[in-house]
Ligand binder design. Structure first.
Ligand SMILES: CC(C)(COP(=O)(O)OP(=O)(O)OC[C@H]1O[C@@H](n2cnc3c(N)ncnc32)[C@H](O)[C@@H]1OP(=O)(O)O)[C@@H](O)C(=O)NCCC(=O)NCCS
Length: 138
């Protein structure tokens, strides 16, 4: 299976919206340029979102289609999103699958900037899954 990564487009948003509703992912105020999507044979099979906050970067809205998981597609999406960050601000994720982020060099964080605290509070209020705040370690 050949997998291609590309920047999100306006036409991806309806698919992302439908998946995000179903999977309880935060795609509020989605803008296509925030997303990296993975395609196989021209079909969208995964995506992730990079949010730029004044005090942090945030990897959010990660998804890979069930039949395509554990093939490092999610890892490739995060790596593509991380390539868009700078070293000025820390990188966080509020994770429903913390082990996925651990494998990428993140660790659970007790301290966090205000934007991430707000996101964690939103996730805990809105979603049934666990919401573990993870920070990318040096
Ligand atoms: C989380 C998700 C995006 C991972 O995508 P993926 O393409 O399967 O991830 P990768 O193949 O790159 O995984 C890399 C490593 O992360 C860890 N990992 C990934 N998914 C995991 C899981 N469900 N449980 C535990 N560890 C996991 C493993 O160490 C894995 O390496 P391994 O397969 O060699 O053991 C995918 O499972 C998904 O879409 N889940 C549903 C949506 C969701 O919960 N999103 C929020 C995630 S925080």
């Amino acid at each position: 299976m050949g997998v291609t990564l590309r920047a999100g487009q306006e036409s991806d948003l309806p698919v992302i919206e439908a998946v995000a509703q179903r999977e309880q992912l935060d795609n509020r105020e989605a803008r296509p340029e925030e997303y990296v999507v993975a395609e196989a044979d021209g079909v969208l099979i995964g995506f992730g979102r990079l949010l730029e906050h004044p005090d942090a970067w945030e990897i959010a809205c990660m998804y890979v289609e069930p039949g395509k998981r554990r093939r490092r597609i999610g890892t490739q999406i995060v790596e593509a999103l991380l390539a868009l960050t700078d070293a000025e601000r820390p990188v966080y994720a509020v994770a429903g699958v913390p082990d996925f982020f651990t494998a990428l060099g993140f660790a659970p964080a007790e301290d966090m900037p205000a934007s991430i605290k707000t996101k964690a509070d939103y996730c805990r209020r809105s979603f049934d899954d666990v919401c573990v705040v993870m920070r990318l370690e040096g």
